[in-house]
Write a protein that binds this ligand. Structure first.
Ligand code: HEM
Length: 131
């Protein structure tokens, strides 16, 4: 009997529970597709959303227990500091959060995982406000 194993071989991270990297890449691509046409949030982002997609996916993969490629390539997340150059008020925060929670809700994973991610995004998006 190996005490180090999780009981019944259950996944131990949310990253594993939702299917790993492909889940987060698809989620983030869907999210930025929604951002693309948002008149309040889109202007904050650079013309080319490619790097934003890559960095956001790598961050979420790391945050939810996957590989640490984000910090290896970008350094410590320091998300509040990284968002300081952009004016993020209530409208920007609410738009961002709506697109992300809609994107999460449309994925095909267990409800508990969606609830955990949406709770995190709700809280973190508020923490990013600076105006
Ligand atoms: C749950 C909250 C949020 C998370 C987890 C998050 C995550 C990230 C990450 C990982 C990056 C890339 C950082 C890097 O350069 O390595 C980023 C950039 C950015 N975020 Fe957020 N963000 C959040 C909320 C917001 C909100 C509310 C806004 C405003 C509407 C926003 C606007 C931006 C902008 C304009 C950039 C810069 C573009 C870029 O570098 O790709 N973010 N965010």
């Amino acid at each position: 009997m190996d005490d180090q194993q999780a009981p019944h071989g259950q996944p131990v991270t949310l990253y594993e529970a939702v299917g790993g990297q492909p889940y987060f890449v698809a989620l983030v691509e869907d999210f930025y597709g929604r951002i693309e046409t948002d008149p309040v949030v889109r202007p904050l982002y650079p013309d080319d959303l490619g790097p934003s997609i890559t960095h956001t996916a790598l961050f979420l993969i790391q945050y939810w227990g996957g590989p640490g490629t984000y910090s290896e390539t970008r350094g410590h997340p320091r998300l509040r500091m990284r968002h300081a150059p952009f004016v993020i008020g209530q409208a920007e925060r609410d738009g961002w959060f709506k697109h992300m929670s809609d994107a999460v809700n449309e994925t095909d994973v267990i409800q508990e995982a969606k609830d955990m991610m949406i709770r995190y995004f709700d809280h973190a998006a508020t923490a990013m406000m600076n105006s």
